[in-house]
Design a protein around this ligand. Sequence first.
Ligand code: SF4
Length: 83
Amino acid sequence: MSFEVWPPPSDPELAWQERALCAQTDPESFFPEKGGSTREAKRVCTTCEVRDDCLEYALAHDERFGIWGGLSERERRKLKKRA
Ligand code: SF4
């Protein structure tokens, strides 16, 4: 095996994750237990600079769990239906 490029280049589709605000906060608030509060996670998302990329990624990959781009799974489903 050759390691000409090390570390390997990261997936450009995921480059936005390097600027994800949630990475600096409590990740558990983004994946609350059923019925748990999503308010804190959504509050963080409102100030996240990669919110659009995050939401786009979640919609494209049909992410089922957690808060992505400031929306819950149910909110993302509604958004997809409207599109
Ligand atoms: S929009 Fe929210 S879930 Fe997405 S990266 Fe930013 S903080 Fe994380």
